[in-house]
Design a protein around this ligand. Sequence first.
Ligand SMILES: [Fe+2]
Ligand SMILES: [Fe+2]
Length: 227
Amino acid sequence: MQQDAERWKAWLRGIVRDAPLHARWLNTLSLLEHIGSRKIVKALDSDTLDLQLLQHIAEEARHAFFFKRLSERVAAGACPTYEAPYVLSASASRAYIQGLDREVHDYLQRQGALPQEAARASMLAYLVVTTLIEERATAMYALYEEVLREVDSPLSLRSVLNEEDRHLQEMHEAFARFEGFAWPLHAPTLRQTEAQLFEAWLVSLEREHPARPSQGSKRSESYTSPC
Ligand SMILES: [Fe+2]
Ligand SMILES: [Fe+2]
């Protein structure tokens, strides 16, 4: 795990030193947050939406906006949309989140864990996929934040990190209320599936933009205003 963290940070160090690449990376995260927020809206029956779920939807949409705005700060106008030239490893990035959705659904079906009632089945898939994404996001964003601090970047992911932490807590509370599915029993296998998809994404990112040896330098990006 520690080795994975170092590998990930090494890749990020190369990205944050190159403003056009960094802007594309931030735009890639914006895209994934956007896809995540859209999936939540689609997965949940509107009859079941409560204050907490609405807040979660609003915050995931805000995260997409947050990363897009940071991308603009790093390199204004460099990534106007989510089209392939403006996203890092465009197909692999999309494949990570879409693949996770598919794999989780297949797993729940194989285990006979999907409730008969469509709204409950959808809610369970939402809880599982979102928990796996929140776990990854909190770990990944924490390392990214460390790298940003290393290079004295004016950018900070603190506000997003705090919200992702809270979402994770809410997911665990929701699992405890969801009858007929024991998350702790399924979590190891599902985490392994997510880790394989994440590894495939990281390999693709590394292939496209190999990690550069650390030069121990502070920031080289031209932007200066704090977010
Ligand atoms: Fe998010
Ligand atoms: Fe979240």
